[in-house]
Unconditional design. Structure first.
Length: 290
C-alpha cells in the first residue's frame, strides 16, 4: 500500500542503512509458499477481462505464475532487462524519504513476509503478495515504469514543499486503486485492487461506487480510507495520459493552490466531475447502518 504513519526512525537491527534486508528466500516454509499459491490461483482466475492489458502482460512476462513466492533476485533480473527496475526487500513500511529515494532510482521496495493463512482477504501492512503480485507486473510496462520513477522524484520534491498529503493521494488513486478505460471496457490496474479478491469485483461490477474521470487537482484534493473499499474510483484514459498529465505539470504552483482549497470527502461528487458511473452508495450506506 502507500505510505503510512507508524514507521521507525532508524533501520531495525539487521537492515542496511538504506533499510534493505535480504529476502532470505530459502527461509520460506512450504506453508508460506502454499499461501502464495492459493492467493495467486484465486486472483489469476479472476483477472483476465478485469485487469488492464499492461498488468496481465506483466504477470505473464515476469513468469509470476511459477509456483511459490518469487525470488526477488530472479524477478529483478527479468525486470531489469525489461524496464530497468529492481525489487528489493525491506522489513515493512519505511520512512518517506527512503521510499522515494529507492523509487526515484527504480528500486521497488517490497515486504518479504507473507500473510498468515487466516488473513487471505485482508492485512493491514503490505506483504509480499500485495507488493509483488499487486505492484510488480505494472513495473514491466515501460510507461508505468517511467511514471513510478517520476513519482519518486516528485516525492522528494513534495517533501521539501510540505505537500506529501497531496502527492500521497495521487499514489492512492492511481498506483493503488486506479482504473483505466480500455477499448474493451473498464479495467483495474491499481495494486490494492488486483491483489484483493473482493475489491476486484467491487471496483468494476458493484453499483455502489462512483467512477470518475481522472483529474489531477481533483484527485489530489480527495481524502481516502485505508480500511474499506473505495467509494470513488478515478479512471485514466491511458497510461500515456497519466504520465503526461503528471510529468508535464509543475506541482509547485499546484500545491500552493491546493493548500487554499478544502479537501473533498471520500464519496463526494464535485460539480466539475465527469462521471463514468454514478454510484448508488448502497454499500457505504449499509456500512454506516451496521
Ligand atoms: N511533475 C511533478 C512535480 O513537479 C513530479 C511528478 C511526476 C509527480 C509524476 C508524480 C508523478 O513535482
Ligand atoms: Fe501498495
Amino acid at each position: 500500500m502507500a505510505q503510512d504513519t507508524h514507521v521507525l526512525d532508524a533501520p531495525p537491527a539487521g537492515a542496511a542503512a538504506d533499510w534493505t534486508i535480504a529476502q532470505d528466500w530459502d527461509r520460506y516454509t512450504p506453508e508460506e509458499h502454499a499461501t502464495w499459491d492459493t492467493l495467486f490461483a484465486r486472483q489469476a482466475a479472476l483477472l483476465p477481462g478485469r485487469a488492464s492489458n499492461a498488468y496481465l502482460r506483466g504477470l505473464d512476462v515476469l513468469k509470476l505464475s511459477k509456483p511459490g513466492i518469487p525470488d526477488f533476485a530472479e524477478l529483478s533480473e527479468r525486470l531489469m532487462g525489461l524496464t530497468g527496475w529492481q525489487v528489493i526487500a525491506v522489513p515493512g513500511l519505511v520512512p518517506d524519504d527512503v521510499f522515494f529515494d529507492h523509487m526515484a532510482n527504480r528500486r521497488f521496495v517490497a515486504g518479504n513476509f507473507i500473510r498468515r493463512p487466516d488473513q487471505l482477504d485482508y492485512i493491514q501492512e503490505p506483504d509480499v503478495f500485495h507488493d509483488v503480485f499487486g505492484h510488480v507486473p505494472m513495473l514491466a510496462d515501460p510507461v508505468f515504469a517511467d511514471y513510478l520513477e517520476a513519482y519518486g522524484k516528485g516525492g522528494q520534491r513534495a517533501l521539501s514543499m510540505d505537500a506529501l498529503k497531496y502527492l500521497g493521494r495521487l499514489y492512492w488513486y492511481t498506483v493503488e486503486f486506479g482504473l483505466i478505460a480500455e477499448p474493451e471496457g473498464l479495467r483495474i490496474y491499481g495494486s490494492g485492487i488486483v491483489s484483493s479478491f473482493a475489491e476486484t469485483r467491487f471496483a468494476l461490477d458493484d453499483p455502489s461506487p462512483n467512477r470518475i474521470a481522472f483529474d489531477l487537482a481533483r484527485v489530489m484534493r480527495t481524502e481516502y480510507r485505508i480500511d474499506d473499499f473505495q467509494q470513488n474510483y478515478f479512471v485514466i484514459p491511458s497510461f500515456d495520459d497519466l504520465l503526461r498529465a503528471t510529468v508535464e505539470t509543475d506541482f509547485a504552483p499546484l500545491y500552493a493552490e491546493l493548500k487554499t482549497q478544502p479537501d473533498i470527502p471520500v464519496a463526494a461528487i464535485e460539480p466539475a466531475d465527469v462521471l463514468l458511473t454514478r454510484g448508488t452508495q448502497a454499500y457505504a450506506a449499509e456500512r454506516t447502518r451496521a
